[in-house]
Design a protein around this ligand. Structure first.
Ligand code: 2AM
Ligand code: CA
Ligand code: CA
Ligand code: CA
Length: 266
């Protein structure tokens, strides 16, 4: 099956902008908030509505494509052969609920195992990060520059959920605190998808997370690759984009140093 990259890109972009406008219009409406695996794992009627919007559009327009998504309207995707949409309808649901900003729609399209298209839409800021494989990454109409040739960890801004500095059963928190002390500064924005875009913009240099799913990082990975950034499994290998995976992302020097000195999975 041939993949119509340009046409899929333009169609996805229109859908993202359209549903983004709906979210902005309804941002102050009362929310129906439910919890999933624990009291801070939140989902709203809007997460579901947005995912359903994409699922219906894709099934009508591209009936042979599969969907890998967070809120249950997708398929049970076992392999990235053919064309697969990897969708997070709202990345940063806690921000969406509490702060009403700094959340994103994340949409990637993979074809035969390759990330061909990535979109991360900062809905309230109306900033669309977009990339096509080997054709560069854009922030609205502005092309993102390649990352600097070299980057020292001591001059890096690091992004992550500060929970990783506290005792947890996934990673050695002592090493993460060493990382915090080594880097220039740490920021936590609460939307992984947007954080990958900040890495791509070069306004932050490193990112670690150990519990993200493909819908959190697939679009960001496509965007980051276009500026020479990297995203790796915490074991140093490539990500599968099929399951929950611990990962390190950012400038290649920062990722290398982090993997070598600061990550010890339990
Ligand atoms: P979400 O809002 O789509 O759930 C917040 O630090 C980031 O982590 C967001 O990208 C958020 O995505 C994601 N996240 C939230 N809860 C999570 C969980 N229980 N496991 C893994 N990632 C989570
Ligand atoms: Ca969620
Ligand atoms: Ca997410
Ligand atoms: Ca989500």
């Amino acid at each position: 099956m041939t993949f119509q990259k340009e046409s899929v890109f333009n169609t996805a972009k229109t859908w993202i902008k359209d549903i983004g406008q709906v979210i902005r219009t309804e941002i102050d409406q009362p929310r129906q908030i439910d919890t999933k695996t624990h009291p801070n794992d939140l989902v709203t009627e809007m997460d579901k509505k947005v995912e359903q919007f994409f699922a219906e559009k894709i099934r009508t327009e591209y009936p042979d494509h599969q969907i890998l998504s967070e809120e249950g309207f997708g398929d049970d995707v076992k392999a990235l052969s053919g064309t697969t949409w990897i969708i997070d309808p709202i990345d940063g649901t806690m921000n969406f609920i509490h702060q009403k900003r700094h959340f994103a729609i994340s949409v990637a399209v993979f074809h035969d195992h390759i990330g061909e298209i990535g979109f991360v839409y900062d809905v309230m800021g109306d900033v669309l990060y977009a990339a096509k494989n080997d054709e560069g990454a854009y922030k609205n109409d502005e092309r993102l520059q390649s990352l600097d040739e070299k980057k020292n960890l001591t001059e890096s801004i690091y992004l992550f959920n500060t929970l990783w500095t506290t005792e947890n059963n996934i990673v050695d928190d002592k090493k993460i605190r060493e990382l915090v002390k080594t880097v220039r500064g740490v920021r936590t924005y609460g939307s992984a998808a947007l954080e990958f875009c900040y890495l791509a913009e070069g306004i932050a240099d490193g990112y670690v997370s150990f519990t993200l799913h493909p819908w959190d990082f697939a679009a960001g990975a496509v965007i980051l690759k276009e500026v020479g950034g990297v995203i790796k499994h915490a074991n140093g290998r490539d990500l599968t984009f099929l399951t929950q995976e611990p990962l390190v992302a950012g400038h290649k020097d920062v990722v290398d140093r982090t993997l070598t000195h600061y990550i010890e999975l339990k």
